[in-house]
Design a protein around this ligand. Structure first.
Ligand code: ADP
Ligand code: MG
Length: 356
């Protein structure tokens, strides 16, 4: 449905998008994830024909964005980072205005009523946009994108500035839309892509550093064996015992303490369940386990590790250490495998010769 090949965008001398390649299949929900300034909005503006690229080729539904900008706009519904709403119009007036602007031929009343039902704005339909909350304005922006029933919808940071309840509602809405639309959304919130998207593309400084199906990332993340352990016993001795075990690959003492119990983060060798042997080893010394929870690696750890491996940014590494993630072991391995796979995919795209 969407093909992006060797996309490059310069703003003056500043390269905002640097040789980006990806394609999105029909019906897929893809999340563009990345820190601020990574190039997400720039890519979306190019996909929707609002910005020209410096080089590369972008097509939507088989149409080249440069050659057929109008046709492409008919097929793409776009919610920009700042939806351009006319505050002095009512929701109804505004949607009718957009309907006319898009040259829609559906039955207007029926079409707008359907959209309002999907995005749940019936109760504010006759209100001035100026008086709507941020959440409702965002929905009006989404309604606008859906007018004309475009097969592709692109949402730039759709949940930014919303409260938790509104965020969940918008996420559910996006999931519903994913049933019969191809969706690309950008966010810098990790749980968002994890909750909504089939696939995650991580951008950093204009380059794709990871492109992976969410389920693969989740599976990899779940399969790592990391535990938070609480043990009653002298901290140094317990830590030493844990470190001496061949099935434990990493031990960190955590700052939490509760009476004579200390907290540790540990990682076991892959494929080994250390829990039973740990229980007996500690019990033998008279140290009681009062807590043992599997922690897994969060997507956030992977994201930080991906970005960190890419740029060896000292600050990121520090932040990661502070969070207790330590940046060692599981998430590093996982990040590296994602980086390697992605680099292979990016390299596999044939060079673009400027012709279609
Ligand atoms: P994101 O949406 O991921 O936060 P953007 O696409 O907005 O990233 O920005 C990518 C880079 O391009 C940033 O370094 C930003 O400063 C720069 N940039 C974005 N828009 C413009 C513009 N209109 N003129 C000059 N530089 C820009
Ligand atoms: Mg942006």
């Amino acid at each position: 449905m969407i093909e992006v090949e060797h996309l490059v965008k310069y703003y003056g001398g500043n390269c905002a998008v640097d040789d980006v390649n990806f394609s999105v299949a029909q019906g897929e929900i893809v999340g563009l994830l990345g820190p601020n300034g990574a190039g997400k909005s720039t890519i979306m503006n190019i996909l929707t024909g609002y910005l020209s690229s410096s080089a590369g080729r972008v097509s939507v539904a088989g149409l080249n964005v440069l050659d057929d900008p109008l046709e492409v706009k008919h097929r793409v519904g776009y919610l920009p980072e700042q939806p351009p709403l006319y505050l002095d119009m009512t929701v109804e007036e505004y949607l009718i205005f957009v309907y006319n602007l898009k040259g829609c031929t559906f039955n207007r009343t029926k079409h707008l009523a359907e959209i309002c039902e999907v995005v749940k704005i019936q109760d504010v339909y006759h209100r001035l946009i100026r008086n709507l909350s941020k959440g409702y304005r965002q929905r009006v922006g989404i309604a606008e994108a859906l007018i004309g029933n475009p097969p592709v919808v692109i949402f730039d940071e759709p949940t930014v500035g919303l409260d938790p309840k509104q965020i969940i509602e918008i996420r559910n809405l996006i999931r519903t839309l994913g049933k019969d639309h191809t969706v690309i959304l950008s966010t810098h919130i990790l749980q968002e892509v994890q909750a909504v998207c089939d696939r995650i593309i991580i951008l950093n400084k204009g380059r794709i550093v990871a492109d992976e199906r969410t389920e693969n990332i989740n599976r990899a993340v779940e399969s790592t064996r990391r535990y938070r352990l609480r043990v009653c016993g002298p901290q140094r001795d317990v830590a030493a015992l844990l470190r001496s075990r061949p099935d434990v690959t990493y031990v960190e003492t955590l700052p939490e303490r509760d009476d004579d119990a200390y907290c540790y983060l540990l990682e076991s060798k892959t494929g080994v369940d250390v829990r039973k042997s740990l229980f007996f080893a500690l019990a033998e010394r008279g140290w009681a386990i009062i807590g043992l929870e599997p922690m897994g690696v969060s997507l956030e750890d992977v994201f930080l590790a991906v970005v960190e491996s890419e740029e060896k940014d000292a600050r990121t590494a520090k932040k990661q250490r502070r969070r207790g993630g330590a940046g060692v072991g599981a998430e590093k391995d996982l990040a590296q495998s994602i980086l390697d796979e992605t680099a292979k995919k990016q390299e596999a795209v044939a060079p673009y010769d400027g012709k279609d």
